[in-house]
Design a protein around this ligand. Structure first.
Ligand SMILES: Cc1cc2nc3c(=O)[nH]c(=O)nc-3n(C[C@H](O)[C@H](O)[C@H](O)COP(=O)(O)OP(=O)(O)OC[C@H]3O[C@@H](n4cnc5c(N)ncnc54)[C@H](O)[C@@H]3O)c2cc1C
Length: 399
């Protein structure tokens, strides 16, 4: 879609220039000219008194919808291990493929991954395509994009799912541009319509609305999903599940990036993987009071998470932030201390199996998503819980 000017109607009044928020219009010989900075917001069309502006539909042909079938998951590998987001994408991918009565494909790109790729056949894949080469050992964007694009052109899937990890966030947009299709990042829910359209749902406008995005005229439909948002695939081998080894040409494997050495960051346990999380919000009055959460988490063998305001105050690290702009968690138990339960927080915590909320405000929204709620002052309740745990009582007994 592009904005066009009917030059013999334009009087050069300049109202389109005044209204354009992107400075994408200027006058040349008293006629409006639209620059590539135009974001097609249409404000100028509404403002023009002469109806001299209009939208021209793209002449790009629609994709061959019927020719695309199946759900393709792009597996993520770090050295010779698969990232757990792979199984989560496969769980959702299998569900979508079953609904569409299509196949689930997985593409594995890397080195030393044959047995990991074979293992994926036990998790509901119909076909696993493996690109194995020493030059694919480390993630380098050009050959990895070439391998993923090769799999897409060979399998012509309807849907492509990629992890919203640092690697996936680099690969997915490149692949989408290569395939000339749309991409929705950080989806929290994925559904399919009967006609095969993928409804890609994600929070928008700071979490105030859940946007439903579709890609009706292009295939494949591409989405990224964060780790810990979807349930992992169950162990189940499909009849006829097969591993196919693929080859790329030398030029497809070439890269301008040279990996000289790899330094491992000292791995801190990620809050996304914690089974028990004690999350703290602005109900805590002073930084030193975070010790209450530290002690509680230590006694329960869990980790401490925080809301965004605590990170902004410098009381917590961004790796501990739970929510829309932080990490997603799926613990067995989440204890929320002095947290109001804003949608941006719950967006990252909705996968928790059991939520216990402690808040002095009985109307705090956190209680609507909590399984157990304690209305009261956390400064009175938490020390009692800690004392009970220290006496060896169970969490069920002390709460
Ligand atoms: C684009 C965008 C992205 C965002 N992303 C995130 C995100 O990823 N994560 C996130 O957390 N927020 C995020 N936010 C911020 C979010 O909107 C909320 O402002 C934030 O979650 C509120 O944090 P809180 O619950 O700690 O604080 P508050 O909302 O101030 O709540 C504090 C709670 O503590 C209770 N309380 C006070 N004293 C006590 C006491 N003594 N005992 C018990 N309870 C007490 C109060 O009743 C209140 O309910 C985002 C906002 C935007 C706009």
């Amino acid at each position: 879609m592009a904005l066009k000017v009917i030059t013999d109607r334009c009087t050069g009044c300049g109202r389109c220039i005044t209204v354009c928020p992107f400075d994408a219009v200027y006058l040349e010989n008293d006629v409006a000219v639209i620059t590539p900075g135009c974001r097609v917001c249409r404000l100028c069309i509404k403002e023009c008194p002469e109806d001299a502006l209009y939208l021209e539909e793209s002449s790009q042909p629609e994709a061959d919808m019927a020719g695309h079938s199946g759900v393709l998951v792009v597996a993520e590998a770090v050295e010779s291990k698969l990232h757990p987001v792979t199984l989560e994408l496969m769980g959702k991918g299998r569900e979508l493929a079953d609904e569409l009565q299509q196949k689930l494909y997985v593409v594995v790109i890397g080195h030393g991954l044959k047995s990991a790729a074979e293992e994926l056949l036990q998790y509901g894949a119909d076909e696993v395509w493996l690109y194995e080469d020493a030059s694919l050992k480390h993630f380098r964007i050009e050959p990895h994009t070439n391998a993923a694009a090769h799999a897409v052109s060979g399998l012509t899937p309807n849907i492509v799912l990629i992890g919203a990890t640092p690697v996936g966030r680099s690969l997915a947009p490149r692949l989408a541009v290569r395939l000339r299709t749309g991409l929705t990042a950080d989806c929290t829910t994925l559904k399919v319509k009967e006609n095969g359209d993928l409804v890609q749902i994600r929070p928008a406008f700071g979490g105030d609305v859940m946007a439903q995005i579709v890609t009706p005229q292009h295939r494949p439909q591409m989405a990224t999903v964060r780790h810990k948002v979807m349930d992992p695939a169950q162990r189940f081998r499909r009849e006829g599940a097969v591993l196919r080894q693929q080859e790329l040409t030398d030029s497809a494997l070439a890269s301008r990036i040279r990996v000289h050495s790899v330094h491992r960051r000292r791995e801190k346990p990620s809050i996304s993987d914690a089974e028990i999380v004690v999350a703290v919000g602005r109900g805590v009055k002073e930084q030193k009071d975070l010790k209450l959460a530290d002690d509680l988490a230590r006694l329960l063998g869990g980790q401490v998470g925080v809301t965004r305001p605590l990170v902004e105050m410098g009381w917590g690290d961004h790796t501990q932030q739970i929510g829309l702009s932080g990490r997603s968690i799926r613990p067995k138990l989440l204890i929320a201390l002095g947290i109001s339960g804003a949608v941006q927080f719950t967006a990252g915590a909705s996968g928790a199996e059991c939520v216990v909320a402690i808040n002095s405000d009985p109307d705090a929204p956190v209680f609507s998503s909590a399984h157990y709620g304690l209305v009261g002052d956390l400064y009175e309740i938490v020390p009692k819980v800690i004392a009970g745990l220290e006496r060896g009582e169970s969490i069920h007994a002390v709460l």
